[in-house]
Write a protein that binds this ligand. Structure first.
Ligand code: IMP
Ligand code: MG
Length: 173
């Protein structure tokens, strides 16, 4: 890695906040089972850590959508790996994402999953960039609100690179 990477949120801070979110979710669902739908690829890291800290009944499922080329959103959401209706119907769904930016991905997913008749749908993100919203969307569980910065690490990529950084950072120009 040649670029100069600045740390925005350390690994310790991320892990501490994830434990808090896991407890918040458990409080809301108590003894009911939750299906964590991880939005590939970016949310893999967050989903794994969230589930390891979740002290209740939980199932994992995955969906893959993409809308990004490099730093610029195309605005079009493409469904690359779909969900199966039988895994969603009648269940409590928590959509787990790495970051919410324009809000397009979440609106698309809530609409898509909603058509599969879940018992409930909630949304959970590690990072929220509220200043970038194009479509209105409020997440139920938010790790950190951040300013308008293109961030990398902990699942987030820049042209598929840097996902494996254990912290959230940005490339210093
Ligand atoms: P939205 O549909 O615009 O809300 O964007 C959600 C998706 O855009 C995320 O799942 C990320 O893949 C990508 N994204 C948005 N902001 C960033 C960023 O700062 N770094 C890396 N990916 C980002
Ligand atoms: Mg993504």
């Amino acid at each position: 890695m040649k670029e100069n990477i600045e740390i925005l949120i350390s690994s310790n801070k991320l892990q501490k906040r994830i434990k808090e979110i896991a407890n918040e979710i458990k409080n809301d669902y108590q003894d009911e089972e939750v299906v964590f739908v991880s939005v590939l690829k970016g949310a893999i890291f967050f989903t794994v850590d969230l589930m390891k800290n979740y002290l209740g009944d939980a199932i994992i499922d995955v969906v893959r959508v993409s809308s990004y080329n490099g730093e610029n959103s195309t605005g079009n959401i493409e469904l690359k790996i779909p969900l199966k209706k039988e895994n969603i119907e009648g269940k409590n769904i928590v959509i787990v994402e790495d970051i919410i930016d324009t809000g397009r991905t979440f609106n698309y997913l809530v609409d898509y999953i909603g058509k599969m008749n879940p018992k409930s749908i909630k949304s959970c993100v590690m990072l929220d960039k509220p200043s970038r919203r194009v479509e209105k969307f409020e997440c139920d569980y938010v790790g950190f609100k951040i300013e308008d910065l293109f961030v990398i690490g902990y699942g987030l990529d820049y042209d598929e690179k840097y996902r494996n950084l254990p912290y959230i950072g940005y490339i210093k120009k």
